[in-house]
Design a protein around this ligand. Structure first.
Ligand code: NAD
Length: 250
């Protein structure tokens, strides 16, 4: 049994590029993991692959932009497992559109996908964490929230929504600090995920030129930080927004 043996984890966006690495890391560390994703098929395939080592790994298909659907999807996990100890909010994703051409529908979708989703999932698991006085919440924001859209121009809606995640992280951290729950966020810069595979050499060089270390983030390194913030050692760390960006936001 790993260091997370007996811990019950919910990862939103758990079928995605970063979420799936986080899921694998928690499973490798002995946790029970619920993989919540809009793409129920990919969540199911990942759960099938990881289930069966004595730990519980289950897929949860849900659209996190829908409050009632999120609650309806998470409640059976809460009831079946008797609680969620660790919530990682990793669902999200950006759309690039110049602000002067921004339409209300695109704006709303970005808020729903990146900010409402965090509210809905957190609202679903928090009462149980507070009641048991034990919880860890780790939100995946973005460097866009603290450094604007310098890495990707036209990311105003995404940056705004992720800045909302930062605000939620800090305000909620204070609100629940005395009740055994910590709330932290990561602000990753560009990660070496499949989304970057199609970069032209020019695009890649332009990106690296803005990152002092000249390194893209490694998803496994990000997952390692998530596990640290979710660990017993991080009991007195809360309200932190940690850039994982090679110095880009300095
Ligand atoms: N990849 C990067 O370089 C990078 C950098 C900074 C921040 N981030 C953030 O990290 C998180 C994960 O990014 P990724 O690269 O793994 O993206 P990804 O697209 O690979 O994964 C995102 C996952 O979220 C799921 N999702 C999207 N909308 C959803 C909804 N309404 N309900 C339920 N699930 C939904 C998708 O199905 C997908 O599996 C995102 O929040 C993203 O904004 C990524």
């Amino acid at each position: 049994m790993g260091s997370f043996g007996g811990r019950r984890v919910l990862v939103t966006g758990g079928a995605g590029a970063l979420g799936s690495v986080i899921v694998r890391s928690f499973v490798a560390a002995g946790a029970d993991v619920a993989i919540l994703d809009l793409d129920a098929g990919r969540a199911g395939a990942l759960a099938d692959e990881l289930d069966g080592n004595g730990q519980r790994v289950r897929p949860v298909g849900a659209d996190l932009t829908d409050h009632d659907a999120t609650l309806a999807a998470i409640t059976p996990v809460l009831d079946g497992w008797g609680g969620i100890d660790i919530l990682v909010n990793a669902a999200g994703g950006g759309t690039v559109k110049p602000f002067a051409e921004m339409d209300a529908a695109t704006w709303r979708v970005q808020m729903a996908r990146n900010l409402d989703s965090v509210f809905h999932a957190t609202r679903a698991v928090l009462p149980d964490m507070l009641e048991r006085r034990d919880g860890r919440i780790v939100n995946i924001a973005s460097v866009a929230a603290i450094a604007g859209g310098r890495l990707v121009r036209g990311a105003t809606a995404y940056a705004t929504a992720k800045a909302g995640v930062v605000g939620l992280t800090k305000a909620l951290a204070i609100e629940v600090a005395e009740r055994g729950v910590t709330v932290n966020a990561l602000a990753p810069g560009a990660q070496a995920t499949p989304g970057r595979d199609n970069d032209t050499p020019e695009r890649r060089e332009a990106l690296l030129a803005q990152i002092p270390t000249r390194l893209l983030g490694e998803p496994q390194h990000l997952a390692d930080v998530v596990l640290f913030l979710a660990s017993a050692s991080a009991v007195n760390i809360t309200g932190v927004v940690l850039p994982l960006d090679g110095g880009h936001s300095i």
